[in-house]
Ligand binder design. Structure first.
Ligand code: PMP
Length: 495
């Protein structure tokens, strides 16, 4: 007998009470897999209700996957546990997802697995990590952002809860157009598209250009998320060597004269991974080369606002009279990455095409967050925050450079000294006792850094370490450099 009770005064229909009762008994293992339930007639008699009510409840329980029904026999509890534990026990499902995924997605999965150990993982507390470009949470303007989020909802109300404008929240686009003007970039709001972070902006541009086998010219080394993404879209990276002053423009000229790349991707300011900033003359020549060949430039200004010492050099986009530059910006590297807001600024014709791609994948960026960010910028918090970040990182970068000079011998390595941003690139000289695995050697000394792998398209031509100071304060930095020096001493002391 099934110990079900029915409450006739309950607003819940009787058939639903039966469903809830049977589900509870299955969950509580009062009813076990394979166990028989009473026939519709018996349960109807027992509960003094109509037989069709029980039949409705059983139909629903079957549809939800709780019981099996077969004509002429009593319902039985379905073996759902077996389904759940198959996944828990690591038993293979029916589908081989690596084979089911397209070859491009399968390759992206491999790239993801290669990056996984350092990307997105927090280092163990005892380890000082220079590996991640994540931001220092201790500097997040949490309270003022919370107040802005609240004010945005109060001011705009339910208008923020719809899908919103496809190209982004109009007041934020207006604000960004004005802000870009302060960087010498003359664009209007309708030449701006808001994206979910600048990674999404880069992805949209690659998607717009993607056609199997098309070439894209990139600096070498470059941002390590670029190669897997280009390959995913069937685009072919063509590496242009990066020199001290920026991309080798003679090599670029030779490439442009040969195959016609669909795009030149560049980071003129605080390049990732090297921290290099190119000068005015380099920017002008890059632009005129691309103008001559009518090749678009994708300018990644991810750390544009993190210029905290030395002379400002205006973005390539600021000189772009012929509208071939697509400029990509982000709030991630000054404010916080969790808000996932970036932007693309380009000729309207181009923006409209990007909006179309955006529409059929992400539909529109989050209106609430855009409104909160707009409030944050509009009310002056953003400028105050930038001031605070500049003061903090000017000191942090100086501390890094000081510590490198003090602890790292010139026979071991040479490095870049950027005038902003978060990145320092160390080129290690061949050591007498090269470790089998640099990461493992650093880990023994309680420190982490990104090695050169991934920043080059193929083999890494040498040994490199990219130090990111974005999540670290001065004490952590000097401690970390001391640990790095201890690791290098081990490799460079003849055995
Ligand atoms: N460009 C570069 C060079 C980056 O290093 C990153 C992330 N670290 C991005 C773009 C993407 O950042 P986000 O999507 O957070 O704006």
């Amino acid at each position: 007998m099934l110990l079900l009770t029915i409450d006739e005064r309950s607003p819940q229909p009787i058939y639903q009470q039966i469903i809830a009762g049977v589900r509870d008994m299955i969950a509580g293992r009062v009813l076990l897999p394979g166990e028989k339930l009473p026939s519709t007639r018996r349960l109807a008699d027992q509960l003094a209700i109509h037989r069709s009510t029980v039949a409705t409840a059983y139909q629903e329980l079957w549809a939800l996957g709780f019981i099996d029904l077969s004509p002429g026999s009593c319902p039985r509890v379905r073996d759902r546990m077996q389904m759940a534990t198959a996944a828990d026990s690591g038993e293979k499902g029916l589908i081989d997802w690596q084979a089911a995924a397209s070859p491009a997605a399968a390759a992206l999965w491999q790239a993801h697995r290669r990056l996984a150990p350092s990307a997105g993982r927090e280092a163990a507390p005892a380890v000082i990590s220079f590996a991640s470009l994540d931001m220092d949470r201790r500097l997040f303007p949490l309270e003022s952002f919370r107040a802005c989020l609240d004010r945005a909802l109060k001011n705009h109300g339910d208008a923020l809860l719809g899908y919103g404008a496809r190209a982004g929240f109009p007041p934020l686009r207006e604000y960004l157009a004005r802000r870009l003007q302060s960087h010498g970039i003359a664009v209007t709001a309708d030449e701006i598209l808001i994206t979910n972070g600048s990674q999404h902006g880069l992805d949209l541009v690659f998607r717009m250009l993607a056609a199997p086998g098309r070439a894209v010219a990139v600096e070498s080394p470059t941002y390590n998320y670029i190669f897997p993404l280009l390959r995913f879209y069937g685009l072919k990276p063509v590496e242009i060597p990066l020199r001290e002053g920026g991309m080798d423009l003679d090599a670029l000229a030779a490439t442009l004269a040969g195959e016609r790349p669909a795009l030149v991707y560049t980071m003129p300011t605080f390049q990732n991974p090297t921290g290099i900033t190119t000068g005015q003359a380099h920017r002008e020549r890059l632009l005129s080369l691309c103008e001559a060949h009518r090749i678009p430039i994708l300018e990644d200004g991810f750390e544009e606002e993190m210029k905290y010492s030395g002379r400002v050099v205006l973005p390539v986009k600021s000189m772009d009279k012929r509208h071939l530059v697509i400029y990509c910006g982000t709030f991630s590297k000054v404010l916080f990455p969790g808000v996932r807001i970036g932007w693309l600024a380009a000729e309207r014709e181009c923006v409209e095409r990007l909006v179309a791609i955006h529409r059929f994948s992400e539909i529109a960026p989050s209106t609430i967050l855009q409104a909160a960010i707009h409030e944050f910028c509009h009310s002056g918090h953003y400028d105050r925050h930038i001031g605070k970040m500049h003061r903090a990182y000017r000191k942090r970068m100086q501390a890094t450079v000081r510590a490198l000079h003090r602890h790292i011998a010139p026979e071991w390595a040479e490095w870049t000294e950027p005038s902003g941003g978060f990145l320092i690139w160390l080129r290690l000289k061949p050591p007498p006792r090269p470790p089998a695995d640099w990461q493992a050697l650093l880990a023994v000394h309680g420190v982490e850094a990104a090695t050169g792998a991934g920043f080059f398209c193929g083999e890494t031509p040498g040994t490199y370490l990219r130090l990111s100071i974005s999540p670290l304060d001065e004490t952590e930095i000097s401690d970390g450099i001391r640990r790095l020096a201890a690791a290098l001493r081990e490799a460079y002391t003849p055995g």
